[in-house]
Design a binder for this molecule. Structure first.
Ligand SMILES: Cc1cc2nc3c(=O)[nH]c(=O)nc-3n(C[C@H](O)[C@H](O)[C@H](O)COP(=O)(O)OP(=O)(O)OC[C@H]3O[C@@H](n4cnc5c(N)ncnc54)[C@H](O)[C@@H]3O)c2cc1C
Length: 409
């Protein structure tokens, strides 16, 4: 595959989603020549995806601020989460987390995926080459260069780079072609996503209700709407997707339980519904020679704790830091020493968050009576034991991980 004469980019990022595109901004700022290879047409892809929101942690907000993207995101619309209410319908256990406990502006920031992507693409400098509607076909590392074959429409381009970054999501082709194994399972659950209007104002409170099928989350979206993520079995997902809006809203009020219905004052309207499959997948390694995986390509999590992208943005921050050191030290950005630093610094955080997320999901989707009683008591205890509640808050807001990044930098 070794071509004749072609430019050797410092970095080729495969996948121009949230993780890949934000890494491109950091790389370009360091003066690294960067190319993004994205399977979709970039000018239309935010609006061509169903409306979906992300709850960004305080740590992610800081990272996006440092990239110069946050102001643009705020212009497009951000809803602040001031309080989080965690409960299980029919149980006395509940936890309230307040922004004041954490001494930060908000416990989380709810933003539409499309808005984050638009803000990132508006910030990407023109020196970055974006190959849209393109896919990597094969690659091979020879000496200190990675030779890559990229299919772009009817043509196959021979390209080269020092470092190939797989940011191509859960089914990562870069991960597969590089022979990095992955482990995980299908949760056999779908997330139904839609916006809904409560009758009462939401006052920036997010609710997480634990149902036997999995969590049901209401995230404040704008002044009048909540964004909903409702975990459903495949059978219920197809039944509920087929319902008329009014029947859908009544079913939702019903499963959310009496306390939640009271807090919402009922539900008045809904937007379009979309389904997303839930799976858990971890790459056996985040690196291979001249290859780094970031974001969902490295780890795909159940969204129960809203950690997937927050974790991916921490990959981006740590990889960018390792690249910055290589640039300062005039070292090859794809060398083993750079990749080893990245791998080591991400290992503990990725494992901890994956274990926390999967553990939370296993505990709360279990209908076995002793487990049910223990989790009711656990929630109740957590509410009155402030160190436990504060620990949960630090994990879910990304504050614990900000300390971790600072410690590792
Ligand atoms: C219902 C739901 C709710 C969620 N809520 C939250 C939340 O509140 N907070 C949070 O932090 N996370 C949340 N997540 C997780 C979050 O959405 C993901 O972690 C995040 O979008 C992953 O970003 P990424 O850039 O790594 O991957 P993706 O967003 O999957 O981007 C991958 C990109 O690669 C491109 N691509 C794919 N294959 C190829 C290829 N072969 N060649 C070139 N390009 C390719 C794709 O077109 C895409 O643009 C949620 C997920 C779901 C499903």
């Amino acid at each position: 595959m070794k071509g004749q004469t072609h430019e050797v980019y410092d970095i080729m990022i495969v996948g121009g989603g949230l993780a890949g595109a934000s890494l491109a901004i950091s790389a370009a700022r360091m003066g690294l020549s960067t190319v993004i290879v994205e399977a979709h047409a970039v000018d239309t892809f935010p609006s061509s995806q169903p409306e979906r929101v992300i709850a960004l942690s305080h740590g992610s907000r800081c990272h996006l601020e440092s990239l110069g993207v946050w102001t643009e995101i705020e212009k497009l619309g951000v809803a602040r989460i001031r309080k989080v209410h965690v409960a299980e319908p029919g149980s006395r256990g509940e936890v309230w987390m307040h922004q004041a406990h954490a001494d930060i502006d908000a416990l989380g920031y709810v933003v539409q995926n499309a808005h984050i992507l638009s803000a990132i693409y508006a910030t990407i400098p023109s020196e970055i080459t974006v190959l849209a509607s393109a896919c990597v076909q094969s690659f091979e590392a020879v000496d200190d260069v990675m030779h890559v074959s990229v299919v772009c429409g009817d043509t196959t381009k021979r390209m080269a780079c020092r470092l190939l970054v797989g940011a191509d999501g859960a089914g990562s082709q870069v991960r597969r072609l590089s022979g990095i194994a992955s482990r995980g399972w299908d949760h056999n659950r779908f997330g139904l996503v839609a916006s809904v209007c409560p009758i009462l104002p939401h006052r920036n409170v997010a609710h997480e209700c634990f149902l036997v099928s999995g969590p049901l989350a209401f995230l404040p979206l704008d002044d009048t709407r909540y964004s909903l993520v409702w975990t459903l079995t495949p059978r219920d997902a197809s039944r509920i997707m087929g319902m008329e809006d009014n029947d859908f809203l009544r079913e939702l009020e019903n499963v959310a339980g009496a306390d939640m219905r009271k807090a919402l004052g009922g539900l008045a309207e809904t937007g379009a519904r979309a389904l997303f499959p839930f799976e858990f997948r971890m790459a056996a390694s985040m690196t291979a020679p001249r290859i780094a995986l970031i974001g969902n390509a490295a780890h795909t999590l159940h969204p129960v704790a809203g950690q997937g992208l927050n974790l991916g943005l921490r990959d981006v921050a740590v990889l960018a830091d390792a690249l910055r050191k290589a640039v300062t030290g005039k070292r090859d950005v794809g060398s083993a020493i750079v990749l080893e630093e990245y791998r080591q610094r991400r290992m503990a955080d990725n494992l901890a968050v994956a274990t926390f997320t999967e553990g939370l999901n296993a505990i709360f989707s279990n209908d076995f009576l002793p487990v049910r009683l223990a989790r009711g008591a656990g929630l109740l205890g957590m509410q009155y034991l402030s160190p436990a509640r504060d620990w949960l808050m630090r994990c879910t807001t990304g504050l614990a991980q900000v300390d971790l990044l600072d410690g590792g930098a």
